[in-house]
Design a protein around this ligand. Structure first.
Ligand code: T4K
Length: 412
């Protein structure tokens, strides 16, 4: 491991970068290849490649068992999963969501003609604040969709109480929360419906894919029809649908991830522990706490940078990391309420969300990262903060001159 203990050893000052190849935050977990190839081979032999095939059915059955939920409907991706969930619930008008989420949460609702209304989040858990949700309810509101951001579960109990008393549907974007539990219960059975993304960057991935979970048989039936052009049987189209089916290759990939889920969580926990140890005591670098009833999947490492205490802003630190080829990300900047089409539609002020969006940064984490790589990331962070007075003017000068590498066009 290259020595990065002095500022002149940092790549931002011209030293060689820590990594020759980019170290990404979303490096996919790749399951056992032999088993994956065997499953793919079986699918090819069967000549049944999509349309509710055996791998999809096995995935749905096994996930239902694991998550202790009655129905699982596999679909092509999380965005379509959210859109179909909203359509199957028969939502109208406004749906309250946090703005601190991937833009896909809001876009999904918009594609089915709904208006996302943004609520603020809790500064400790980063999930939607039930009090802010209540304040955003209008006569046009039909539902609340919480987001279990970075595997931190929403305040499900308070949101359920709000939904019940105000007569609203309740869904969860559980894109980040496969394998997470709240109060001992697996995420998947909360609210009316939950949607897990199986995008390549998620703990279990299907290349692209998603799972919609519910205990409501009617909802599950509508979801199954919606994902397949509205077909309710041969030649029987019961209504509007779309093609949101999961194919067999995707399901085979997801089954491989599911086989390994416990090991992935355990490996991710080792990475989390490594970050916690190596970053403890670095001034201005905060890790949000987690409630004792909330157990995560250890797929994400998110830190908040307090610029005053660290002597560097989050963006300063990102420039230092990117120069090292460490592709940390400022998810989910600038926030859904500050991107089109939502920005032009209504002025939304969300003090906690806005403050977090200036401070948070996602570091490479999860089972696909090694503890050796984490040691390097942390060494760079520690040196940057320890020599903040030297680093800060330098990176800011580079940024002003347009030489920041963060998000540069050929980032891959
Ligand atoms: N709700 C939430 C809360 C979500 O986070 C997402 C998806 C959704 C809903 C929608 O679910 P899906 O419809 O996607 O199933 C990426 C993903 O495309 C997106 O799926 C994901 N969230 C989001 C958090 O990340 P970008 O625009 O940041 O992608 P990109 O290309 O910059 O890649 C992200 C990082 O992963 C990079 O560091 C590169 C790395 N990467 C990516 C891929 C695809 C790899 O190392 N290997 C890969 O194969 O959106």
């Amino acid at each position: 491991m290259a020595d990065k203990s002095r500022p002149e050893q940092l790549a931002v000052f011209g030293a060689p970068p820590s990594f020759d190849e980019p170290l990404h935050v979303g490096r996919p977990n790749v399951p056992d290849r032999a088993r994956l190839m065997a499953r793919l081979g079986d699918a090819l032999d069967r000549r049944w490649l999509t349309n509710d095939g055996p791998c999809v059915r096995e995935l749905e059955r096994r996930v239902a068992e694991r998550l202790q939920v009655e129905h699982v409907v596999a679909v092509a991706n999380g965005t379509l999963g959210l859109a179909l969930a909203a359509a199957a619930l028969g939502l109208r008008g406004e749906v309250i969501v946090p703005a601190l989420t991937f833009v896909g949460t809001a876009h999904a609702l918009r594609w089915v003609g709904l208006r996302p209304v943004f609520a603020d989040v809790d500064p400790q858990t980063y999930t939607v604040d039930p009090a802010s949700v209540e304040a955003a309810i209008t006569p046009a509101t039909s539902a609340v969709f919480g987001v279990h951001l970075w595997g931190r579960t929403c305040d499900v109990e308070r949101l359920e109480a709000v939904a019940r008393t105000r007569g609203l549907a309740l869904g969860f974007d559980a894109a980040h929360a496969f394998g997470c539990r709240r109060g001992g219960r697996p995420v998947g059975g909360f609210g009316d419906v939950e949607v897990f993304s199986l995008h390549a960057t998620k703990i279990v991935n299907a290349f692209e894919g998603a799972l919609v979970t519910t205990d409501d048989p009617g909802l599950a039936r509508r979801l199954a029809a919606l994902r397949n052009f509205g077909f309710e049987g041969y030649d029987r189209v019961g209504g509007l649908g779309i093609n949101a089916k999961m194919n067999e290759a995707s399901a085979a990939m997801a089954l491989g991830g599911l086989d390994e889920l416990d090991a992935l969580v355990a490996a991710g926990a080792r990475i989390t522990a490594c970050y916690e140890k190596a970053l403890a005591g670095v001034p201005g670098l905060l890790r949000a706490t987690r409630g004792s009833d909330d157990s995560g999947n250890h797929h994400y490492c998110v830190v908040e940078v307090d610029a005053e205490q660290a002597g560097l802003s989050r963006d300063d630190l990102l420039d230092v990391l990117w120069a090292e080829n460490i592709r940390a990300r400022r998810y989910f900047h600038p926030g859904c309420h500050r991107v089109e089409p939502y920005r032009s539609e209504r002025e939304t002020t969300l003090p906690v969300t806005d403050a977090l969006l200036d401070r948070v940064m996602q570091l490479p984490a999860g089972a696909a990262v090694t503890t050796g790589e984490v040691d390097v990331v942390c060494a760079v962070v520690r040196t940057a903060v320890a020599f903040a007075d030297t680093v800060r003017p330098h990176v800011r000068e580079r940024r002003a001159a347009g030489s920041s590498r963060y998000g540069f066009p050929d980032a891959r």
